[in-house]
Design a binder for this molecule. Structure first.
Ligand SMILES: Cc1ncc(COP(=O)(O)O)c(C=O)c1O
Length: 399
């Protein structure tokens, strides 16, 4: 027989070692979620009072920016996080924009933020007409590379009467914006001290960290302002929505004011005393949020037990499950695993997604996106290492 008529090998029996791992992982995820159907990355769960509250909201006719569910939702988040003030916004991005704007970020400033994050973090900086200064990510905590940040602030900046300036560009650094990736919170005590020492305002992008704690304190309460997202894929959702939390009454008041078009309260007159935004959360969305907050602890318990099962499954394989960092009680918003390199990452992603188990890589680093490629950046080696290897796997709560 000539070589040309030999049947092609059956790919099922020629799985490379990394595809064998992918196959085992996909089977495990199907068993975990008890389904042979499509497994989403993170699906919202509505098992509480959400529908009843929505009906109540509609019946009340207060469906827009005014209504008791907005107040109840803000109160629920304040009670849960321990923050003194909360202002519900139309999205996490809008909340971030307001946090930076009211937190003092001015046109031309620089904001210290990780290169490895969702694009909304950088976009909010740009909405203030400022630019990000990209910092590296620690491979073990997923937070800032603290050694790099400390070294940068002590050797490459100078204090002037109105703040701290980057020596290389002569631009003011007005805020430091850590991101608690996938719900993991790390070394916030050190970051608070570092920012205080250098006169930089700390604002936390806690969009992914509702229900996460560091040393017993809720994420978002360490900085001057913290921000949450309630997008449909988050631990709790309002459909779309976000929130700013703070202990500073003046900050909360100003954010409340400018998110409602900066209208000066009056029975009939329309007078707006500065540039404002239409950024408030509607009562409809907040009604869902109140129902979701009542379920938050249940979701976290489930998500943490799913993370424990993943940790056990990956403990003896070549892929590594990402555990919460020291002193953090994570919500495990999205479980993350590390593969050997980008080739294995892509092979895993192809296999899992082809087989109906939704998985995705970390985001492309911000400094590689066209609109941010000119922005100043320190070495982002750790972030690149993570981009090449990290994969998020299904993490919806099972309740
Ligand atoms: C880290 C991070 N920042 C900001 C946001 C923006 O939130 P939203 O989608 O609610 O605007 C998200 C989520 O989408 C996020 O993951």
């Amino acid at each position: 027989m000539s070589e040309s008529v030999v049947a092609p090998p059956n790919t099922r029996f020629t799985l490379t070692p990394h595809l064998q791992q992918a196959e085992r992982t996909v089977a495990f995820i199907r068993e975990l979620y008890g389904t042979q159907e499509f497994v989403p990355l993170h699906a919202p769960v509505f098992v509480g009072n959400e529908k009843a509250y929505l009906a109540e909201c509609i019946d009340s006719t207060f469906v827009s920016y005014v209504g008791k569910f907005v107040e109840r939702f803000e109160k629920a988040v304040m009670d849960y996080t321990g923050a003194k003030y909360a202002v519900a916004c139309s999205s996490g991005t809008a909340a971030l924009h307001m946090a930076l704007h009211v937190g003092g970020v001015k046109p031309g400033d620089l904001v210290l933020m990780p290169a490895l994050t969702f694009v909304a973090t950088a976009n909010a900086v740009r909405y203030c007409q400022a630019d990000p200064l990209f910092i590296d990510t620690d491979r073990t905590t997923l937070g800032f590379d603290m050694a790099q940040l400390t070294d940068y602030l002590s050797t490459s900046t100078e204090r002037r009467s109105d703040g701290v300036y980057d020596k290389a560009t002569g631009r003011r650094i007005s805020a430091c914006l850590p991101v608690h990736l996938f719900g993991h919170v790390s070394r916030l005590d050190e970051l608070v001290t570092l920012c205080a020492e250098h006169g930089v305002t700390l604002i936390e992008d806690s969009a992914e960290a509702m229900g996460s704690f560091f040393k017993g304190r809720h994420a978002g309460t360490f900085g001057q302002i913290g921000v949450f997202s309630f997008n449909g894929n988050k631990t709790i959702t309002t459909g779309g929505g976000g929130m700013v939390i703070t202990d500073d009454e003046a900050v909360a008041k100003r954010i409340r004011h400018i998110t409602t078009t900066a209208k000066v309260p009056h029975r009939w007159e329309f007078f707006h005393d500065e540039l404002g935004y239409n950024y408030r959360l509607t009562n409809v969305n907040a009604a869902i949020g109140v129902g979701q907050m009542e379920q938050l602890d249940r979701y976290i318990t489930s998500k943490r037990s799913i993370a424990a099962r993943y940790a056990a499954f990956f403990s003896n394989g070549p892929m590594r499950h990402f555990a919460e960092p020291a002193d953090c009680r994570s919500n495990y918003w999205l479980n993350a695993i590390l593969l050997a390199d980008r080739t294995e990452r892509d092979a895993f992603l192809d296999y899992a997604n082809d087989n109906g188990v939704m998985s995705r890589p970390a985001w492309t680093l911000m400094n590689k996106l066209p609109m941010y490629s000119h922005c100043p950046a320190l070495s982002v080696e750790g972030a690149q290492w993570l981009e090449d290897r990290l994969v998020n796997i299904p993490s919806s709560p099972i309740v």
